[in-house]
Design a protein around this ligand. Structure first.
Ligand code: SF4
Length: 468
């Protein structure tokens, strides 16, 4: 998903930029990058964070230690190396972003055919930040260029640009990824995750609207482009990707998860000995379930956190599987002979749940395992963020493919909870996962729990429907 930070400070911004960027580490495991401007020149540093955490990489980096200035941007990136320093026709900017350009190949080809050169092409793919910058460069002004970029990309892209004059923050045209402005005694910070500035004593000032562009400097905060009317915030931020202390459009993630767990319990009638969440995101759902039902919470799966990345993010399946296998350790005495509800944020591929977590529970002597994901079955690969890309990666689609011998286009019957096809799919899933029962959260319940208007939420990965 990636997360970004931009900062303007009355003093050297380095330390605050470092911590605020680090607080986005749950959003990516590929690269961490920082750029700092002293008003005359901009220095940047990028590190791979695939195996070594952002903090460790930068804390002892002599180049970073020597970077000083009052304005900076930082990024935790799930795919591209960033920030990039690009000389546009409007000036020189360090640029970073959060999003995904689904039509990147087509756009890159068009630009290359026009004679535009791309410097960064790892694995034959353009760097999306470079692509975004080259599209921006086609505008008459910086703002016009950002609008041009938004008009031409399929997907989403929220960007920060650091120039000599200050920081430009431009939220994606439908606001799928957040950008939030906060202040502290004249200092300004703009971030993806509000949790990133809470310990730095900044206070939230404004959630940028979809497509909104603001300029930040020590002298002013200026709106350069008004927000669009249509918001399509990524609902998966609440379900899984966001950090629990964060707020999106003013709504807290942990509260969403706790209430979701209550709703799951309200619709549930199984008799169990305890409820357990798969850490980390599943835990709050388990607490909500317990508060509603009176079923006690236990922790039969203990997560050994130090040194392990989130298993959703690393691109290689073997890496994800290894992480899933090694991270969770069973407390066998809590499991043997017990009936349990397991709350989970979602089932994406299903392979880790099936091959590692459930096997561990059964091997430890579980009597019944009832799985309760906090969102509906994922049916469509996300095309707005760096996430699942193929139908075959999605558990629900693989099950449906078994019925038809191929992937089908119209999955409507499998979205209708009252249809025989939906029941057939759930039965096949229960068998495939080897669980006593499986029940997904309802789409309407998930959306209502966000506390935001339904029309302001992106639910494409569950419904296949979107505003573009
Ligand atoms: S498709 Fe799903 S993961 Fe992608 S932006 Fe929409 S809600 Fe988020």
């Amino acid at each position: 998903m990636s997360g970004v930070v931009g900062i303007i400070s009355g003093k050297d911004c380095k330390e605050n930029l470092f911590y605020a960027t680090d607080y986005h580490s749950h959003l990516g495991t590929s690269f961490g990058g920082l750029a700092i401007s002293d008003g005359r020149s901009t220095a940047k540093k990028i590190h791979s964070i695939a195996r070594v955490q952002f903090k460790s990489r930068f804390a002892e980096d002599i180049d970073f230690i020597n970077m000083h200035g009052n304005a900076g941007i930082g990024v935790i990136s799930d795919r591209d190396t960033q920030p990039l320093i690009m000389r546009l026709k409007f000036g020189e900017y360090a640029i970073c972003g959060a999003g995904y350009i689904d039509n990147q190949d087509e756009l890159a080809k068009k630009l290359i055919d026009e004679g535009i050169v791309f410097s960064e092409m790892p694995n034959g793919k353009v760097n999306q930040i470079e692509l975004a910058a080259k599209l921006i460069n086609k505008g008459k002004t910086l703002v016009d260029g950002i609008e041009y970029m938004h008009r031409h990309i399929d997907g989403s892209m929220s960007l920060l640009l650091l120039g000599k004059e200050g920081v430009y923050a431009a939220r994606d045209k439908y606001g799928r990824t957040p950008l939030v402005l906060a202040e502290r005694n004249g200092d300004k910070i703009v971030v993806s995750e509000t949790c990133s500035y809470k310990n730095l004593s900044f206070e939230t000032k404004k959630y940028l609207g979809p497509g909104e562009i603001v300029f930040l400097s020590s002298k002013e905060t200026k709106q350069l482009r008004k927000p669009n009317d249509i918001l399509q915030l990524c609902t998966f931020l609440f379900v899984y990707a966001g950090f629990p202390a964060s707020e999106y459009e003013g709504k807290n993630v942990e509260e969403f998860r706790e209430i979701s767990g209550r709703i799951i319990a309200k619709h549930d009638s199984v008799e169990v000995d305890f409820v357990a969440g798969i850490a980390d995101s599943g835990t709050a759902y388990a607490h909500g379930y317990s508060h509603e039902s009176g079923v006690p919470v236990k922790i039969p799966l203990l997560k050994y956190t130090p040194g392990w990345a989130r298993s959703y993010v690393p691109p290689a399946q073997e890496t994800r599987d290894l992480i899933a296998l090694m991270k969770q350790i069973t407390a066998d005495v809590l499991i043997k002979g017990q009936r349990m509800v397991i709350t989970e944020d979602s089932i994406v591929r299903g392979t880790q749940l099936k091959n590692f977590l459930l096997v561990k529970l059964w091997n430890s002597g579980a009597r019944e395992v009832h799985v309760r994901p906090a969102c509906p079955a994922l049916m469509f690969p996300c095309k707005f963020l760096y996430s699942t890309r193929q139908l075959d990666e999605l558990f629900a689609r693989r099950i449906i493919k078994q019925f038809h011998g191929k992937h089908i286009e119209n999955v409507e019957p499998y979205l209708d909870l009252d249809s025989p096809d939906y029941r057939k799919m759930i039965n096949a899933m229960e068998k495939d996962l080897n669980v006593t029962s499986l029940r997904y959260q309802r789409l309407e319940d998930m959306m209502t729990t966000t506390g935001l208007p339904a029309e302001s939420l992106c639910t494409y990965c569950w419904t296949g429907k979107t505003v573009r």
